[in-house]
Design a protein around this ligand. Sequence first.
Ligand code: F6R
Length: 233
Amino acid sequence: MKVIINEKTILDQLVSKKIIDLVKSKPNANLGLATGSTPLGVYQNLVNDYQSNNTDYSQVKTFNLDEYLNLPLDHQQSYHTYMNKQLFDHLNINLENTHFPLENNYLNYPTLLKENPLDLQLLGIGSNGHIGFNEPGTAFNSTTNIVKLASETRNDNARFFSKLSDVPTEAISMGLKDIMMAKEIILMANGKNKAAAIYQLVKGLKSEEWPATILQDHPNVTLYLDFDAASLL
Ligand code: F6R
Protein backbone atom coordinates (compact mmCIF):
# COMPACT_ATOMS: atom_id res chain seq x y z
CA MET A 1 0.00 0.00 0.00
CA LYS A 2 1.41 3.40 -1.00
CA VAL A 3 0.81 6.38 1.28
CA ILE A 4 0.93 10.02 0.16
CA ILE A 5 0.61 12.70 2.83
CA ASN A 6 0.04 16.33 1.90
CA GLU A 7 -2.35 19.26 2.12
CA LYS A 8 -5.89 18.57 0.99
CA THR A 9 -5.72 20.88 -2.05
CA ILE A 10 -2.56 19.12 -3.27
CA LEU A 11 -4.17 15.70 -2.74
CA ASP A 12 -7.20 16.86 -4.75
CA GLN A 13 -4.90 17.96 -7.58
CA LEU A 14 -2.95 14.68 -7.59
CA VAL A 15 -6.07 12.51 -7.60
CA SER A 16 -7.91 14.54 -10.23
CA LYS A 17 -4.81 14.44 -12.46
CA LYS A 18 -4.74 10.63 -12.12
CA ILE A 19 -8.38 10.42 -13.21
CA ILE A 20 -7.94 12.87 -16.09
CA ASP A 21 -4.80 11.03 -17.31
CA LEU A 22 -6.67 7.72 -17.14
CA VAL A 23 -9.64 9.06 -19.12
CA LYS A 24 -7.31 10.57 -21.73
CA SER A 25 -5.32 7.34 -22.15
CA LYS A 26 -8.40 5.09 -21.99
CA PRO A 27 -11.50 6.99 -23.19
CA ASN A 28 -13.81 4.08 -22.25
CA ALA A 29 -12.45 3.78 -18.70
CA ASN A 30 -14.66 2.37 -15.94
CA LEU A 31 -14.59 4.52 -12.83
CA GLY A 32 -15.84 3.54 -9.37
CA LEU A 33 -16.99 6.69 -7.60
CA ALA A 34 -17.67 7.77 -4.02
CA THR A 35 -19.83 10.53 -2.57
CA GLY A 36 -19.54 12.41 0.74
CA SER A 37 -17.44 15.48 1.43
CA THR A 38 -14.03 13.88 0.74
CA PRO A 39 -14.11 13.78 -3.11
CA LEU A 40 -15.78 17.18 -3.60
CA GLY A 41 -12.48 18.94 -4.44
CA VAL A 42 -11.57 16.23 -6.95
CA TYR A 43 -14.94 16.52 -8.69
CA GLN A 44 -14.60 20.31 -8.83
CA ASN A 45 -11.15 19.89 -10.44
CA LEU A 46 -12.58 17.47 -13.03
CA VAL A 47 -15.29 19.99 -13.89
CA ASN A 48 -12.73 22.83 -14.17
CA ASP A 49 -10.54 20.66 -16.39
CA TYR A 50 -13.50 19.77 -18.60
CA GLN A 51 -14.40 23.44 -18.98
CA SER A 52 -10.82 24.38 -19.95
CA ASN A 53 -9.66 21.29 -21.86
CA ASN A 54 -12.80 19.44 -23.01
CA THR A 55 -11.59 16.09 -21.66
CA ASP A 56 -13.97 13.61 -23.25
CA TYR A 57 -16.20 11.54 -20.92
CA SER A 58 -18.63 10.37 -23.62
CA GLN A 59 -17.48 6.74 -23.39
CA VAL A 60 -16.63 6.64 -19.69
CA LYS A 61 -18.76 4.42 -17.47
CA THR A 62 -19.20 5.15 -13.77
CA PHE A 63 -20.30 2.89 -10.94
CA ASN A 64 -21.17 4.48 -7.63
CA LEU A 65 -20.50 2.75 -4.36
CA ASP A 66 -23.77 3.28 -2.62
CA GLU A 67 -27.17 4.90 -2.36
CA TYR A 68 -29.48 5.54 0.59
CA LEU A 69 -32.63 3.47 0.86
CA ASN A 70 -36.04 5.06 1.42
CA LEU A 71 -34.94 8.42 0.07
CA PRO A 72 -36.43 9.54 -3.27
CA LEU A 73 -33.69 9.66 -5.94
CA ASP A 74 -34.38 13.36 -6.48
CA HIS A 75 -34.03 14.11 -2.74
CA GLN A 76 -31.43 16.82 -2.03
CA GLN A 77 -29.27 14.30 -0.15
CA SER A 78 -29.62 11.25 -2.40
CA TYR A 79 -26.35 10.18 -3.94
CA HIS A 80 -27.99 10.48 -7.37
CA THR A 81 -28.62 14.16 -6.74
CA TYR A 82 -25.10 14.59 -5.35
CA MET A 83 -23.43 13.01 -8.41
CA ASN A 84 -25.55 14.97 -10.87
CA LYS A 85 -24.93 18.24 -9.07
CA GLN A 86 -21.23 17.79 -8.32
CA LEU A 87 -20.11 16.06 -11.52
CA PHE A 88 -22.39 14.53 -14.14
CA ASP A 89 -24.33 17.73 -14.97
CA HIS A 90 -21.05 19.46 -15.87
CA LEU A 91 -19.36 16.83 -18.10
CA ASN A 92 -20.29 15.30 -21.46
CA ILE A 93 -20.94 11.98 -19.71
CA ASN A 94 -23.80 9.86 -21.04
CA LEU A 95 -26.17 9.39 -18.08
CA GLU A 96 -26.94 5.89 -19.38
CA ASN A 97 -23.31 5.04 -18.59
CA THR A 98 -23.69 6.04 -14.93
CA HIS A 99 -24.67 3.28 -12.52
CA PHE A 100 -25.82 3.04 -8.91
CA PRO A 101 -26.69 0.03 -6.78
CA LEU A 102 -30.45 0.39 -6.42
CA GLU A 103 -33.22 -1.64 -4.86
CA ASN A 104 -34.28 -3.02 -8.27
CA ASN A 105 -30.78 -3.93 -9.52
CA TYR A 106 -28.41 -4.47 -6.60
CA LEU A 107 -28.31 -8.24 -7.06
CA ASN A 108 -26.99 -7.69 -10.61
CA TYR A 109 -24.36 -5.17 -9.53
CA PRO A 110 -21.56 -7.74 -8.93
CA THR A 111 -22.19 -9.21 -12.41
CA LEU A 112 -22.20 -5.73 -13.91
CA LEU A 113 -18.86 -5.04 -12.19
CA LYS A 114 -17.39 -8.31 -13.48
CA GLU A 115 -18.48 -7.38 -17.01
CA ASN A 116 -17.08 -3.85 -16.61
CA PRO A 117 -13.95 -4.20 -14.46
CA LEU A 118 -13.19 -0.95 -12.68
CA ASP A 119 -9.96 0.66 -13.85
CA LEU A 120 -9.99 2.90 -10.81
CA GLN A 121 -12.06 2.90 -7.64
CA LEU A 122 -12.16 6.13 -5.63
CA LEU A 123 -12.92 5.64 -1.93
CA GLY A 124 -13.46 7.76 1.16
CA ILE A 125 -13.46 6.17 4.59
CA GLY A 126 -15.84 6.43 7.54
CA SER A 127 -14.60 7.42 10.99
CA ASN A 128 -15.42 3.81 11.98
CA GLY A 129 -13.38 2.40 9.07
CA HIS A 130 -16.25 1.71 6.68
CA ILE A 131 -15.69 1.81 2.92
CA GLY A 132 -18.77 2.16 0.78
CA PHE A 133 -21.38 1.62 3.48
CA ASN A 134 -19.78 -1.62 4.63
CA GLU A 135 -19.95 -1.07 8.36
CA PRO A 136 -17.83 -2.78 11.06
CA GLY A 137 -18.72 -6.48 11.23
CA THR A 138 -19.38 -6.78 7.46
CA ALA A 139 -17.96 -10.03 6.05
CA PHE A 140 -14.88 -9.52 3.90
CA ASN A 141 -16.53 -11.62 1.17
CA SER A 142 -19.70 -9.50 1.09
CA THR A 143 -21.21 -8.58 -2.26
CA THR A 144 -23.53 -5.67 -3.08
CA ASN A 145 -26.39 -5.69 -0.61
CA ILE A 146 -28.83 -3.82 1.59
CA VAL A 147 -26.97 -2.66 4.70
CA LYS A 148 -27.93 -1.07 8.00
CA LEU A 149 -26.08 2.16 8.74
CA ALA A 150 -24.06 2.21 12.00
CA SER A 151 -25.13 4.86 14.51
CA GLU A 152 -21.66 6.45 14.14
CA THR A 153 -22.25 6.82 10.39
CA ARG A 154 -25.73 8.28 10.88
CA ASN A 155 -24.28 10.76 13.38
CA ASP A 156 -21.42 11.65 11.01
CA ASN A 157 -23.85 12.19 8.11
CA ALA A 158 -26.45 14.11 10.14
CA ARG A 159 -24.60 17.29 9.07
CA PHE A 160 -26.16 16.89 5.62
CA PHE A 161 -29.74 16.61 6.95
CA SER A 162 -31.86 18.94 9.10
CA LYS A 163 -32.00 16.44 11.96
CA LEU A 164 -30.57 13.05 12.92
CA SER A 165 -33.92 11.30 12.57
CA ASP A 166 -34.00 12.33 8.87
CA VAL A 167 -30.81 10.33 8.12
CA PRO A 168 -31.82 7.04 6.47
CA THR A 169 -31.20 3.90 8.53
CA GLU A 170 -30.42 1.70 5.53
CA ALA A 171 -28.53 1.91 2.25
CA ILE A 172 -27.43 -0.30 -0.61
CA SER A 173 -23.68 -0.69 -0.83
CA MET A 174 -21.23 -2.30 -3.20
CA GLY A 175 -19.76 -5.21 -1.20
CA LEU A 176 -16.17 -5.48 0.03
CA LYS A 177 -15.51 -8.34 -2.38
CA ASP A 178 -16.81 -6.20 -5.27
CA ILE A 179 -14.61 -3.24 -4.27
CA MET A 180 -11.55 -5.52 -4.16
CA MET A 181 -12.06 -6.44 -7.85
CA ALA A 182 -11.05 -2.92 -8.95
CA LYS A 183 -7.68 -2.85 -10.75
CA GLU A 184 -6.54 0.18 -8.79
CA ILE A 185 -7.88 1.80 -5.62
CA ILE A 186 -7.39 5.35 -4.39
CA LEU A 187 -8.55 6.04 -0.84
CA MET A 188 -8.68 9.67 0.28
CA ALA A 189 -9.02 10.82 3.88
CA ASN A 190 -8.83 14.19 5.56
CA GLY A 191 -9.51 15.38 9.07
CA LYS A 192 -8.67 14.21 12.61
CA ASN A 193 -11.86 12.13 12.83
CA LYS A 194 -10.40 9.76 10.22
CA ALA A 195 -7.05 9.28 12.00
CA ALA A 196 -8.02 6.18 14.02
CA ALA A 197 -9.47 4.40 10.97
CA ILE A 198 -6.35 5.28 8.93
CA TYR A 199 -4.13 4.00 11.73
CA GLN A 200 -5.98 0.64 11.67
CA LEU A 201 -5.80 0.50 7.87
CA VAL A 202 -2.05 1.11 7.74
CA LYS A 203 -0.79 -0.38 11.00
CA GLY A 204 -3.59 -2.56 12.37
CA LEU A 205 -4.35 -6.23 11.83
CA LYS A 206 -6.79 -7.17 9.11
CA SER A 207 -10.15 -7.38 10.86
CA GLU A 208 -13.81 -7.24 9.88
CA GLU A 209 -14.21 -4.77 12.76
CA TRP A 210 -12.28 -2.29 10.58
CA PRO A 211 -13.69 -3.00 7.09
CA ALA A 212 -11.09 -0.89 5.21
CA THR A 213 -8.33 -3.23 6.44
CA ILE A 214 -9.35 -5.62 3.64
CA LEU A 215 -7.43 -3.21 1.37
CA GLN A 216 -4.19 -4.55 2.91
CA ASP A 217 -4.68 -7.53 0.54
CA HIS A 218 -5.13 -5.43 -2.61
CA PRO A 219 -2.05 -5.18 -4.88
CA ASN A 220 -2.60 -1.58 -6.06
CA VAL A 221 -3.86 0.78 -3.36
CA THR A 222 -2.71 4.34 -2.71
CA LEU A 223 -3.84 6.36 0.29
CA TYR A 224 -4.01 10.14 -0.13
CA LEU A 225 -4.03 11.57 3.39
CA ASP A 226 -3.95 15.06 4.79
CA PHE A 227 -1.78 15.73 7.85
CA ASP A 228 -4.69 15.31 10.30
CA ALA A 229 -5.82 11.96 8.88
CA ALA A 230 -2.20 10.77 8.97
CA SER A 231 -1.56 12.13 12.47
CA LEU A 232 -1.53 8.73 14.24
CA LEU A 233 0.82 7.02 11.78
C1 F6R B 1 -19.78 7.48 0.13
C2 F6R B 1 -19.10 6.38 0.82
C3 F6R B 1 -18.64 6.53 2.23
C4 F6R B 1 -17.86 7.82 2.46
C5 F6R B 1 -17.46 7.93 3.93
C6 F6R B 1 -16.74 9.23 4.22
O1 F6R B 1 -20.14 7.09 -1.18
O2 F6R B 1 -18.95 5.35 0.24
O3 F6R B 1 -17.84 5.43 2.57
O4 F6R B 1 -16.74 7.83 1.65
O5 F6R B 1 -18.60 7.85 4.73
O6 F6R B 1 -17.63 10.30 4.06
P1 F6R B 1 -17.09 11.81 4.02
O7 F6R B 1 -16.29 11.93 2.79
O8 F6R B 1 -18.35 12.65 3.96
O9 F6R B 1 -16.31 12.01 5.26
